[in-house]
Design a protein around this ligand. Sequence first.
Ligand SMILES: Cc1cn([C@H]2C[C@H](O)[C@@H](COP(=O)(O)OP(=O)(O)OP(=O)(O)O)O2)c(=O)[nH]c1=O
Length: 190
Amino acid sequence: MLSLPFPLILASGSPRRKQLMTDAGFTFTIETRPTDETFPDTMPADAVAEYLACQKADQFRPDLGQRIVLCADTVVIVDEQILNKPQNEADAHRMLRLLSGRTHRVRTGVAILSPGGLTSFTDETLVQFAHLTDDEISYYIRQCKPFDKAGSYGAQDFIGLVGIERLDGSFYTVMGLPTHRVYQALKGLL
Ligand SMILES: Cc1cn([C@H]2C[C@H](O)[C@@H](COP(=O)(O)OP(=O)(O)OP(=O)(O)O)O2)c(=O)[nH]c1=O
């Protein structure tokens, strides 16, 4: 619906982000660039998602031209500890056990690089999970293989449908992109 002044690039390999941007009415192309997704040990957990989104955007600085590049990164935080993508089934099981029966935070950082410069922000949603049994966790991991998801779960998957009791914030932020804020930020470029 927005008619942007320059072509929009979604710099993400995430199928969820592609779907969300399509559903939000944007016309864009996808271009991903390898990015080092490590961050300084001393960095506060709350700063990491936006830092990584900006790192992804930085890869486009040398040849941005007349384009707008949108990047994002999602992290799950529990006990001030970041849960990344799981290494294997046992790791996924460990993370979901940790999230069971309690509230955690999902933070998605967004970076938008345009000919006018870089804009970045973070959106946070609190997610409360019901108690999850070992059987439910094992079934979910077997069926949905959440190895590409921060915290080992997709709010849009089985485990989210049966396990999420309460959300405080945007559901789409948990899925990987705060579309309402992306829309406003892109509108600001008009
Ligand atoms: C918590 C949660 C995460 N996720 C996804 C969103 C992100 O795709 C992924 C977190 O990894 P990211 O590193 O944010 O993104 P990505 O590697 O999938 O894609 P790219 O870096 O190319 O943009 O986890 C869900 O789909 N549902 C959820 O409920």
